[in-house]
Design a protein around this ligand. Sequence first.
Ligand SMILES: Cc1cc2nc3c(=O)[nH]c(=O)nc-3n(C[C@H](O)[C@H](O)[C@H](O)COP(=O)(O)OP(=O)(O)OC[C@H]3O[C@@H](n4cnc5c(N)ncnc54)[C@H](O)[C@@H]3O)c2cc1C
Length: 306
Amino acid sequence: MASVVYDIIIVGAGPAGLTAAIYAARRKARVVVFEAETVGGQITKTPLIENYPGVLNISGSELAKKMQEQVRALGVEIKIERAVDIWKEGEGFVVKTERASYHSKAVILATGVQSKRLDVQGEEKFIGRGVSYCAICDAPLFANKTVVVVGGGDSAAKTALLVADYANKVILIHRRDALRAEPLLQDRLFANKKVQVIWNKVVEAIKGENLVEGVTLRDTKTNEKIDLPVGGIFVEVGGIPAAVLARKLGIETSEKGYVKVDKHQRTNVNGFFAAGDVTDFPLRQVSTAVGEGATAAISACEYIGK
Ligand SMILES: Cc1cc2nc3c(=O)[nH]c(=O)nc-3n(C[C@H](O)[C@H](O)[C@H](O)COP(=O)(O)OP(=O)(O)OC[C@H]3O[C@@H](n4cnc5c(N)ncnc54)[C@H](O)[C@@H]3O)c2cc1C
């Protein structure tokens, strides 16, 4: 029996992919969404979203649940299968997952970003033993400890605030002398008595026996090194676009590896669209991801004549 040919395969079930699924399904396109890990993507890692219009505040996992319900209510299948390869076949595409190969007329890549590592001595060894990239998953494990958070953006500020609910003390390490985080978040951070910010420092090594016991910091101006005894470290230094599959297919990416798209979310390969954090649009937020997801879906539907 011939295998199903989908109209559109969406890779990634974060806000961009789920929005694309809603818009494509409402145009009666035959859609499937593949998700490698957690439906909802990065938002499931944050306890609080306060800048998504229409919702005063909501936990990321609650927003993800609502998006997922809306997608499923339209009859779209979300398969928990990691896409491992994509290639062109005739006019369409084949998406190979860990389990099977699926055919479609168009593809929307919405794979987002993966947490960037520090790439320092000890980091790999202590993952799950004091090194974490997900505060919402791990913050309660650091009750009554002194913990370091590395980074200077919104995610680092939010992580520091969340970890401070559990830890004795949170030390935010930033390589510059000013944060990039929203001023509103900075106000909360500086008002929190448990949080200390250390400027112009980078983590050079993570140390311990079986668990993290300390970090070595280097001053970015003087190169002076200091050892800091800490019980854990949360790394929030940005993301790396999950664009390996696209590059293999010959999709153009920016210098930093983000997928290049036009204002219709089209890539340089006909029928292949991209949306959300994986693209080279500079603002990486839920509101922009859903906007790009909607546009990608409409463009893909027009491409296949739906
Ligand atoms: C701690 C934190 C706090 C944040 N707070 C806010 C906030 O308050 N407000 C806001 O607007 N934004 C916030 N953001 C940013 C926001 O979460 C992202 O901009 C948004 O999730 C991007 O959506 P996306 O769908 O493009 O990508 P993602 O959310 O990254 O989703 C991509 C999905 O694709 C999946 N995937 C990747 N590769 C494959 C593959 N090969 N096969 C199948 N699936 C794959 C991933 O597992 C993931 O689920 C925050 C981010 C973090 C990390």
